[in-house]
Design a protein around this ligand. Structure first.
Ligand code: C2G
Length: 743
């Protein structure tokens, strides 16, 4: 047996499958896996046993001890391979990892490949995770070179291969705490001869002294300059925090310092460069984590951390100190002769200076500061209501209809403020403000009521006595927040952010029972659920005559000839096609020229891209046939004028179904969208009230045979309508207003 892969496992069900599958896919197969179950729940062990793998696997149950260190030690003792490799159950290897390492292992004690940190599971990673990780550009890659570390030496200064690998390994981890034993192939006899086991007294930092001890005990060490190991960052710190996301600050800090003391002991007498490499990391850790801890810590905890720090600071070598930044040098010196309270004062003064610099150089920082420190201390205005739809992009959606209902039925009672970035005409008087202006922050502090259809900013302050009415913006087909496994959109910390934001919501509107149940789970929401239907769909239930008059008015407004029928094409956005957060790309896959040729006599096409899309479509070649309605305020009005809807995975079809008109689903990238990007809540093959189509020809064909299509889908449509539109009858705005404002 060439390699034993040792995997500690503690209930991380959603990750272990990827981990084991990555082993099954290895191009080198002479290995065994030893999974050590650390106090796992029965269900998690059953799940693990249910994963079938083509290689020998042993599942050990650790009952007497707990922790990663003990689990790995148990694995070492049980191993039979010539080499050992530590793999975490939430991580995975690239296909060639073992082959690449084994190829280079003759004559070596240690073979070290590189690690990369990723937000994604294997499937997404191989599809486009590398691109996504780069676009998210967290400065945490393990590849090192990009990060010039002031405290770190250039490895060039030494000729020794050992020091090169040592320095690379230390410098390539962004933080002090990131130095790990993961993904390193180590000769088993070497470990046993030297009695190298993990120190079980550590909960978080057992790897630090372990790795340094190994590196200092051998010069038979080789580095492969290729990413072999993928370390997953957890995008759901609420349900499944990684060890580094657990906030047990005092233990972490004291352990890190204990690890530093023992590392310094190990590197003593070794090359000075090695010492400087370690010191550089520790200095940063001290300045960023340890000293600021005193700002918020209880006195007893602060004293404990402080006592430990006094053992560490004198160990920093003079040379390393000289390489540190001015403030770091001063802080370290000061910390050796002053207690935690004084250190906290110094840190506070430094942050205040930094804040002052930010305030005089950044308007945005200045406004947020005023929001936090001044506006949010002012008196709340009792009848002030603030509305926002699609992040201020337009006057639309449920907030619009709630605003109109309030003004129509309670004229003058409420003072309304609209967050609007464009100059839309409003039918009732309201103060208009642009997002993130000074006035925006002022009104966000003064308002009593908030009527939003999306998420509020992360720094939003929920003041006591205020009422947050969240209408949300659609019945989801694609999985949301805590129902998503991988977060493939631009913000990988989506789950954590949404969790924080939803804590401020007092009321959430549900358009149907499915949403009511789904929202509770996917937002982890336990506030008031308004099971009223969507105010934005009231307009779809007007009396027939009113509907016809309004339709004629909207057609005129859009410049659509009254004799033409209208096809609305309203696709959604794709998580993986973006320029940046909230700025998405869109490529039109519908062949408009063909559609014009085949359907142009009878129809026109209204194109409506999602509000996240920043690409604007050039339709000049299709004048008189295709109209760009992407900037039009309210999509509900576009539904009214349309005879047919074409969409994909957008929630628009749940709303459009209120009109009982035909729908086609242009799902040209179904496999990727469903399988890789999101996953769906419903079985689209069974439930969709229209066909899923993959080419323009199929779309044309279906539009030509509408009668046949409608007859074919009649039964499905009725079931769909009952399930998703059954609560909507044109009175949702009234129900919402009466519950929230006029109780
Ligand atoms: N929308 C629009 N034009 C489009 C697509 C969507 O105006 N071409 C509007 C519709 O009101 C739709 C809403 O934006 O209901 C949400 O759009 P989705 O495509 O469903 O996507 P998303 O914003 O991700 O919302 O619970 C719903 C989910 O959150 C999905």
């Amino acid at each position: 047996m060439k390699v034993s892969v040792i995997i500690p496992y503690h209930n991380e069900k959603s990750y272990i499958q990827d981990c084991l599958e990555s082993l099954a896919d290895q191009t080198f197969q002479d290995f065994e896996a030893i999974v050590v179950c650390d106090h796992c729940e029965e269900e998690a062990v059953e799940f693990l046993r249910g994963i079938s793998v083509p290689f020998p696997i042993r599942i050990l149950d650790m009952t007497d001890k707990t922790g990663v260190a003990a689990a790995r030690n148990m694995g070492i003792r049980a191993s039979q391979g010539e080499f050992l490799l530590f793999l975490d159950s939430d991580d995975y290897l690239i296909k060639e990892a073992l082959e690449d390492m084994v190829e280079r292992c003759p004559g070596q004690d240690v073979v070290y490949g590189r690690r990369r940190r990723t937000w994604y599971g294997r499937k997404v990673y191989y599809e486009n995770g590398q691109k996504l990780d780069e676009q998210n550009s967290q400065p945490e890659t393990d590849e090192g070179e990009e990060y010039e570390d002031r405290g770190m030496p250039e490895v060039r200064e030494s000729d020794s291969e050992w020091i090169k690998v040592f320095c690379h390994m230390v410098r390539s981890n962004f933080t002090f705490s990131g130095l790990t034993a993961l993904g390193i192939l180590i000769r088993r006899e070497f470990i046993l001869e030297k009695d190298f086991f993990f120190d079980e007294d550590y909960k978080y930092f057992t790897d630090l002294p372990y790795v340094v001890r190994i590196m200092c005990a051998t010069e038979k060490m080789i580095e492969i300059r290729k990413v072999l190991y993928l370390k997953r960052k957890h995008n759901d710190p609420i349900h499944l925090p990684s060890l580094s996301q657990i906030s047990d600050e005092k233990t972490k800090l004291t352990e890190a310092m204990r690890a530093y003391v023992s590392i310094k002991e190990i590197v003593k007498g070794q090359e000075e460069l090695a010492e400087i490499a370690i010191d550089g990391k520790f200095i940063k850790y001290y300045v960023r984590k340890i000293a600021p801890y005193y700002l918020t810590a209880e006195e007893q905890d602060a004293q404990e951390v402080y006592r430990q720090s006094l053992k560490c600071l004198p160990l920093i070598s003079k040379n390393s100190g000289k390489r540190a930044m001015f403030y770091s040098r001063r802080l370290m010196k000061y910390s050796q002769s002053h207690g935690p309270e004084k250190i906290a004062k110094k840190v506070r003064r430094h942050s205040a200076r930094q804040m002052f610099c930010r305030l005089i150089t950044s308007k945005a920082a200045c406004k947020k500061y005023l929001y936090r420190k001044v506006f949010s201390k002012m008196k709340i205005e009792e009848n002030l209501v603030i509305f926002e739809s699609f992040f201020g992009r337009n006057y639309s959606d449920s907030p619009k209809y709630i605003f109109e209902y309030l003004n129509k039925h309670y004229p003058g009672k409420y003072k309304c403020v609209w967050i609007l970035n464009r100059k839309e005409k409003l039918p009732y008087s309201a103060t208009r403000i642009k997002r993130f202006t000074l006035r925006y922050f002022y009104y966000m502090s003064k308002a009593k009521y908030f009527v939003f259809n999306g998420r509020q900013p992360k720094y939003f302050i929920k003041r006591e006595g205020t009422v947050f009415l969240e209408t949300w913006h659609g019945t989801p087909l694609k999985k949301l927040v805590f129902d998503m496994e991988d977060v493939t959109s631009a913000s990988p910390l989506y789950k954590r952010d949404v969790y924080i934001q939803t804590r401020s919501w007092d009321y959430l509107v549900a358009p149907n029972q499915f949403c009511s149940d789904t929202f509770r789970r996917c937002f982890m929401y336990d506030g008031n659920m308004l099971e009223t239907g969507y105010p934005r769909n009231d307009i779809l239930h007007l009396e027939e005559k009113e509907k016809q008059e309004l339709t004629a008015e909207i057609k005129k407004e859009l410049g659509i000839p009254s004799g033409k029928k209208v096809i609305l094409y309203a696709p959604t956005w794709r998580d993986d096609e973006f320029y940046g957060s909230g700025q998405y790309k869109f490529t039109l896959k519908l062949d408009l020229a063909k559609m014009q040729k085949e359907l142009g006599e009878e129809y026109v096409v209204l194109l409506r891209t999602h509000y996240f899309i920043v690409d604007s479509l050039d339709l000049t070649a299709f004048e008189g046939f295709a109209y760009n309605a992407s900037k039009y305020d309210d999509i509900a009005r576009l539904y009214l004028v349309s005879d047919i809807l074409i969409t994909d995975y957008s929630s628009v079809f749940f709303d459009y179904a209120n009109l009982k008109r035909p729908m086609l689903f242009f799902t040209y990238d179904l496999d990727k969208y469903r399988g890789v990007l999101r996953g769906f809540y419903i079985n689209v093959e069974e439930e969709l009230p229209g066909p899923m189509l993959f080419t323009t020809e199929e779309i044309i064909d279906n539009i030509r045979n509408l009668d046949k299509l409608e007859a074919e889908y009649k039964e499905k449509y009725d079931v769909f309508y009952e399930k998703y539109c059954g609560w909507e009858d044109g009175t949702s705005s009234q129900k919402v207003v009466e519950t929230v404002f006029e109780k």
